[in-house]
Ligand binder design. Sequence first.
Ligand code: SAH
Length: 225
Amino acid sequence: MQGSRFCIFDQMKHDTTKHQGKRRRLADLLAEKGIKDSLVLDAIATIPRHLFLDSSFEDHAYQDKAFPIGAEQTISQPYTVAFQSEKLEVKPGMRVLEIGTGSGYQTAVLCHMGAVVYSIERQHELFRTSLKRLPALGYKPKKLIFGDGYKGFAEQAPYDRIIVTAGAPMIPEALLAQLTVAGKMVIPVGEKQQKMTIITRTSNADFEQLVLGDFRFVPLLGDKN
Ligand code: SAH
């Protein structure tokens, strides 16, 4: 497996002061772009994003850009990760459900913020890689699930927070049902382009919706795609 992107223990040796400097500058850039939550900025400044990417992207990993992660998917742009994480208002100990584990980078951000994280991925290759990568880098999500995020993960519901990291054509009913009262979901809604949408469950039957700016995500895919 020498040189393969799955050789995580080899990659771990390659976190240097140069990488650390680059990610501190990335956190500063995100602060300039308006991110205020110190837990989020600290996560960006600490987590070795280059180890969530193929080594061919190593020199670019701390640019504020999305990159391919295989299976036609992308790691989200750091600004998007920071924006969603800030809007999620995570407090240590909260139970958070993530839809779209992908590279596991956002999962690591949530773990760093002290959340108890459940994360679902439908691409087996990405699921398998994150299953090895996250513990190898010291991140311990409560559970990584291979499955369809449209359905959520009812076994461990309800969740204080739900974050969807793929563009949803509509808001999945199952996810609304798995939020605690006073819980929040951050979900990009739309087909080609998405509006970042914040949903708060105000009572058993009531939800409030706040629609923010435009973003571009890979699509949240269902059973038939
Ligand atoms: N949070 C990821 C972003 C990955 S892109 C990161 O930091 O790298 C979105 C991910 O959502 C992709 O990995 C894609 O495979 C996954 N996805 C798309 N539809 C899904 C579904 N219905 N259930 C679970 N995961 C899904």
